[in-house]
Ligand binder design. Structure first.
Ligand code: BGC
Length: 439
């Protein structure tokens, strides 16, 4: 069965950050620091999904999806990251899983979508290798409770973005500015993934994946310097995360880090344990030029012009998804497992009309174009098994707070009123047709 779904993440929708024993995460800390997020927005309330989850499951049932990708808040299950389990955290996800299954929706939980327990940050966060084993223990705890009913597990969401934004550039939690010194945070996340795969399988998990953010990289010109910069970007954004998982080795990093001293014997074997799918999040391609002399990084984003842009300013290039998927197939060949597109979507400046509608035609065009591109890639031989729209609801968009709306459902954050947008109705009709014709 092809998985047709929507996706969310715990800190972006749940709110109730101090309830039922949940411990603080790095995102609670970061968002409460002055100047970190736009207008000081935090996830304290978000979409109040922790209390309104029944309504949200009903919205998905009305949409007709057969899968839902959400994330489990580690600090709800283990308030200080390890040791004492708070059963109330597990109870919440247990109820959610049962409600989804009762509605004919397969739960696809992600174990880590960036909300590291603050207590682990105080031990060094992902720079500390001990956190890898602690993550695997957390995975085992959750799976012991849910693996009997959960068909698909995703270990991590976008370790690239967490490393780059959280540890290299400091624009996401935990707000560190280490530039290429952030690389151990990549390796430790990947090792944590590998150890979690073992823990999940031991607990009876049926299918396991990891989600990477992937972007096709286009050099700004055919000049040697731009080609070299594009290669550097491709290595650091894509291959640093896909090669170890799929090929059991890192790309050559010697040009970017003085010494790769954080990889130990046996790590790559653990990291490259076979997966049932690779999760791919796609938003846009990237055009890269050589950096100006003296720049801190070996590339510069040259921007893509000539395409519509989202409210974020991201270029809308549906064919980039086909390019990405066929590119993965030609790079990894038989080492590439089936693909789940675990996120795809766009922010738009959605407004409610006086009579309570949201006419988000640009989102409809975005989704339509990308679904066509996905089908073209499938026709070219790429084995895609699922597609999840980011996102079900307008939600807390990290450093942008509530300023970027990605939902199929509009959320009025003052009243928590949910209003399905035109794109919701469009996706519902699309799914009806697809579920009648697809296998
Ligand atoms: C993340 C989401 C985020 C989305 C839009 C992805 O990188 O997984 O949490 O909201 O992109 O920025």
């Amino acid at each position: 069965m092809f998985l047709w779904g929507t996706a969310t993440a715990a800190y972006q929708i749940e709110g109730a950050t101090g309830e039922d024993g949940r411990g603080p995460s790095i995102w609670d800390t970061f968002a409460h620091e002055p100047g970190r997020t736009r207008d000081g927005h935090t996830g304290d309330v978000a979409c109040d999904h922790y209390h309104r989850w029944r309504e949200d499951v009903a919205l998905m049932a009305g949409l007709g999806v057969n899968a839902y990708r959400f994330s489990i808040a580690w600090p709800r299950v283990l308030p200080v990251g390890s040791g004492r389990v708070d059963p109330r955290g597990l109870d919440f996800y247990d109820r959610l899983v049962d409600a989804l299954l009762a509605a004919g929706i397969e739960p696809v939980p992600t174990l880590f979508h960036w909300d590291l327990p603050q207590a682990l940050e105080e031990r060094g966060g992902w720079l500390n290798r001990d956190v890898c084993r602690i993550f695997a223990d957390y995975a085992a705890t959750v799976a012991a409770r849910l693996a009997d009913r959960v068909p698909w597990w995703i270990t991590l969401n976008e370790p690239f973005v967490h490393m780059a934004y959280g540890y290299a550039m400091g624009v996401h939690a935990p707000g560190r500015l280490l530039m290429t010194g952030a690389l151990p945070a990549a390796h430790h996340q990947l090792l944590a993934h590998g150890l979690a795969v073992q823990a999940l399988r031991a607990a009876g998990a049926r299918q396991v994946a990891l989600t990477n953010n992937c972007t096709p990289v286009r050099p700004a010109s055919d000049g040697e310097a731009d080609l070299k910069a594009a290669e550097a970007y491709d290595i650091l954004h894509n291959r640093l995360f896909n090669d170890p998982i799929l090929l059991g080795k890192y790309p050559d990093l010697s040009a970017y880090v003085p010494e790769v001293d954080f990889v130990r014997d046996g790590d790559l074997e653990t990291i490259s344990a076979p997966l049932d799918a690779l999760g791919v999040n796609y938003y846009n391609p990237t055009r890269i030029a050589a950096p100006p002399p003296g720049a801190g990084l070996p590339f510069e984003d040259a921007g893509i012009t000539g395409h519509p842009v989202t409210a974020f300013g991201w270029p809308v290039v549906p064919d980039g998804l086909r390019e990405l998927l066929t590119g993965l197939k030609s790079r990894y060949g038989t080492a590439l497992p089936p693909i789940l597109i675990t996120e795809n979507g766009c922010s738009q400046e959605d407004a409610l009309t006086p009579d309570g509608r949201v006419e988000d035609d640009a989102r409809v065009a975005y989704l339509d174009g990308h679904l066509t591109a996905m089908r073209q890639a499938m026709a070219e031989g790429v084995d895609v098994r699922g597609y999840f729209v980011w996102s079900l609801l307008d939600n807390f968009e990290w450093a942008e707070g509530y300023h970027q709306r990605f939902g199929l459902v509009h959320v009025d954050f003052a009243t928590q009123r949910r209003t399905p947008k035109r794109s919701y109705h469009w996706y519902r009709d699309y799914l009806r047709k697809a579920q009648n014709t697809d296998t």
